[in-house]
Design a protein around this ligand. Structure first.
Ligand code: ADP
Ligand code: ASP
Ligand code: MG
Length: 409
């Protein structure tokens, strides 16, 4: 069982979480619980690090921002004990949750579950601090924002759990973010492949790595609500390895990602090797480039190149390009951070024609300008101004007929 930040936001909610745990214990299950920090706490800790020094040691950042989960795991253990349930908290290093040394975005390598398995068999509930691990140098690491989902799936895989339930503030995975589209529909089941695409294109309901691990280790994953009564509520969304339907709809969901930034180079010489002179140095600086658009030049001498990078890397990307001014010989460098990537996703796209045209028509009719486009077999992404995000998501959601039909009467 994994509980996110809103589910453990204060003691009243932690008591409510303890009731969910107690229910599973009563049903005779051995239970390991993974908790996030209280809602807003990780943001507060990140801000403190930045305030302490804008450029800071990534190892100390992890020591600070991992601490929110220490608090909630201890508090939940205390509350469970007060209810007469045997429980104890486990921090990442105590398990040990071994990761690589990529501070701030560490990947889990191995979990030693021997002691945990013993304790579970004795009837003790394990309350594990999510998001954190231990590097080969024995320093505390964190798995990247939203990483507690990944702790939960990794632990479920290592323990050979029957189920991994992700409890959150929505009652499942929807056709798009239900907070911005009220008519979004809950999906009773979704394939690993589609969930992975949704998560990596911005649907933050699950951390990308958690879906990868669920796929790799075949962990049955269920997204469900902390705040509804399981006896009355729908069961949530099951994420499985099976193909969901024989005849897939072309499009099953819409996602958006705000953390993109656009860089445009005007008047770049239209000559062999120029793309490498732009993207080589970015790659050397470990900056991931996502969308790329190169215009056809009118006269065969000069062109424009537009690409996107993660917003967090924007300043570095601009500096890298500026430092290559002589080599690339561009006219002008233009950047824009107020952009968002909106994506249309569906494995059924593989066998449908005209899927992209529907998106372009609908966005055009709403006067939404497209800055860049990328496509793959199962998704179409467009880059637009952030101000039009909600309109674009709603427009596409309707254009692909994903809206919930209101009940009659
Ligand atoms: P937690 O703190 O429990 O990990 P998150 O805030 O990380 O919760 O993720 C849940 C949020 O994900 C929801 O509140 C919702 O706004 C957002 N979300 C984005 N896309 C979707 C989607 N397709 N389906 C459901 N929720 C989504
Ligand atoms: N507390 C961490 C965060 O806010 C991890 C998580 O909630 O999954 O990113
Ligand atoms: Mg989350």
């Amino acid at each position: 069982m994994k509980f996110g930040g809103t589910s453990v936001a204060d003691l009243t909610r932690i008591r409510h979480v303890a009731e969910h745990v107690a229910r599973e214990v009563r049903e005779g299950n051995e239970v390991a619980v993974v908790v996030s920090a209280m809602a807003g706490e990780t943001n507060r800790l990140v801000a403190l690090c930045r305030e302490a020094a804008p450029l800071h040691d990534a190892r100390e950042y992890d020591a600070v921002v991992s601490s929110g989960e220490n608090v909630t795991s201890g508090l939940l253990a205390i509350v469970l004990q007060s209810m007469g349930i045997e429980a104890r908290s486990w921090q990442g290093w105590q398990l040990a949750m071994r990761t690589n040394a990529a501070h701030g975005a560490a990947r889990i390598d191995a979990i030693d579950c021997a002691t945990l398995t013993e304790r579970l068999a004795q009837g003790q509930v394990a309350v594990v601090a999510g998001f954190q691990g231990l590097s080969p140098q024995n320093r505390i690491t964190t798995l990247g924002r939203g990483g507690s989902d990944t702790t939960a799936v990794a632990l479920a895989a290592a323990l050979g759990a029957d189920r991994c339930d992700i409890y959150t503030d929505v009652d499942g995975v929807y056709t798009t973010d239900p907070r911005i589209v009220k008519t979004a529909r809950r999906l009773p089941r979704i394939s690993h492949e589609e969930m992975l695409e949704m998560a990596s294109l911005g649907a933050k309901v699950l951390h990308v790595r958690s879906v990868e691990l669920a796929m790799l280790y075949d962990v049955p994953l269920m997204v469900r609500s902390t705040f509804t009564d399981p006896a009355k509520a729908p069961p949530g969304t099951l994420i499985t390895g099976e193909d969901i339907q024989m005849e897939q709809e072309a499009v099953t969901s819409i996602a958006y990602a705000r953390d993109e930034a656009q860089v445009t180079l005007r008047d770049v010489p239209d000559a062999p090797g120029v793309a490498y002179r732009v993207f080589g140095p970015l790659s050397a600086a470990h900056i991931n480039v996502d969308m790329i658009v190169q215009n056809i030049s009118d006269d065969g001498t000069a062109t424009d190149i537009t690409f996107t990078v993660p917003e967090a890397d924007y300043d570095r990307a601009m500096a890298v390009i500026e430092s290559q001014r002589e080599e690339i010989r561009f006219g002008k460098l233009i950047g824009e951070k107020d952009v968002v990537k909106v994506s249309v996703i569906g494995v059924g796209m593989r066998s449908h024609a005209g899927v992209a045209a529907t998106a372009f028509k609908a966005l055009g009719e709403r006067g939404i300008n497209i800055r860049a486009i990328t496509t793959s077999e199962i998704k179409i992404s467009v880059l637009i101004d952030s101000a039009t995000t909600e309109l674009a998501v709603r427009t596409l959601h309707s254009a692909y007929k994903l809206d919930r039909v209101p009940a009659e009467g």
